[in-house]
Design a protein around this ligand. Structure first.
Ligand code: NAP
Length: 324
């Protein structure tokens, strides 16, 4: 990625600067995508930390003051808080400003924010499909969006020049950009992100409640597969509460399909139908290969984890295996 000669935006206002807002700020500064950056956070502790980290030129308490004079405003807070924040900033937005967000659900954000925004701004919701299980201003990093997708969900009457400008911004900070409707986004992310998180939260909770397997055994033998669910299930509880409430319909639809497929695998197992199990697992393995082929993950075993206590040379196959 080469640094831009001329910034895409003059003043970038980030409402909320945790993992996503903090990463946008760091990346925008590194790439020269915004001439100046102002950030807000809800708590005094976070604002103090943002100022110490220095990834914004200005840190303000007031969201309304932060958006004054900003030609781009990106709301980077839990989706359930987007409506009240839109109401707060609406009267202070500059004419012609682009207002966007990063929420993991798009239908609810559109519904909650749009009524509070004046006609003289361009509202273009967005969702960078990139993240980690960490949150807060310290967790962000400039490379988070590199080679990840950012989905824009402009309403049908959106101004094309504004959409193109937002696309240019996300491209400048490393993302690949795709456009789709909010409804379609929520369906796609329902299966690729929201349902997997629900399953991870469930399975980790189930293990926690077992009485005939001890907690220390669960932790000790977690490399059998459980450990990889725990990373997802460590994601921010507020953010994910809001996602499931906001994308209830799509997640329930995907959950219905999941339950049907689970029942058919259960039936195959109960009846000893090894062929059905094998065929299913062979199909799913191909999905993993596809993700690696399009560069959305690494082919390195164990998700690229390094094991500093092990010898640098790979161990012979049976010992290298980490999953059951
Ligand atoms: P985060 O690290 O917890 O940061 C959230 C920020 O919003 C913090 O600055 C926080 O301030 C502020 N905030 C929280 N509640 C607020 C409220 N009620 N009103 C105003 N500000 C509030 O969260 P994040 O991971 O960046 O997530 C932000 C958004 O990005 C969410 O909508 C999420 O769906 C979306 N997203 C997340 C990921 C991911 O992997 N995490 C990926 C893509 C999109 P304090 O620190 O003072 O509380």
């Amino acid at each position: 990625m080469t640094k831009l000669d001329k910034p895409v935006f003059n003043r970038l206002a980030l409402i909320g600067a945790g993992l996503i807002g903090g990463s946008i700020a760091r990346a925008a500064r590194a790439q020269g995508a915004a001439a100046s950056i102002v950030a807000t956070a809800r708590s005094a502790a976070s604002r103090k930390r943002i100022a110490e980290l220095g990834f914004a030129d200005q840190v303000l308490e007031s969201n309304a003051a932060a958006v004054e004079g900003a030609d781009i405003v990106i709301v980077c807070i839990p989706v359930g808080a987007c409506g009240p924040v839109a109401e707060e900033i609406g009267p202070h937005l500059m004419k012609g400003a682009i207002v966007s967000d990063v929420g993991s659900v798009k239908g609810s954000v559109l519904k909650d924010m749009a009524p509070h925004l004046p006609d003289h701004v361009h509202f273009i919701p967005a969702h960078p499909v990139a993240g980690t299980e960490n949150s807060g201003p310290d967790s962000g990093f400039a490379e988070l969006f590199v080679n990840r997708w950012c989905i824009l969900t402009p309403p049908p009457n959106a101004d094309q020049a504004a959409v193109d400008k937002l696309r240019a911004f996300w491209t400048a900070i490393g993302a690949n950009v795709e456009t789709m409707s909010a409804e379609h986004h929520d369906l796609v992310l329902g299966i690729t992100s929201h349902l997997p998180h629900l399953i991870a939260y469930t399975i980790v909770g189930t293990a926690e409640e077992l009485s005939n397997v001890t907690r220390s055994e669960v932790l000790k033998f977690s490399a059998g597969g459980f450990r990889d669910f725990t990373r997802i299930a460590a994601s921010d509880p507020t953010m994910w509460r809001d996602v499931f409430l906001a994308n209830k319909d799509a997640v329930l639809e995907m959950l219905g399909r999941f339950n049907e497929d689970l029942s058919s695998l259960t039936r195959a197992m109960r009846s000893g139908d090894g062929q059905a199990l094998y065929d299913h697992f062979a199909r799913t393995r191909a999905i993993r290969r596809g993700i690696v082929e399009i560069g959305q993950d690494s082919a390195v075993p164990d998700f690229g984890r390094t094991h500093p206590s092990l010898p640098a040379e790979p161990l012979p196959r049976p010992y290298a295996a980490d999953t059951e």
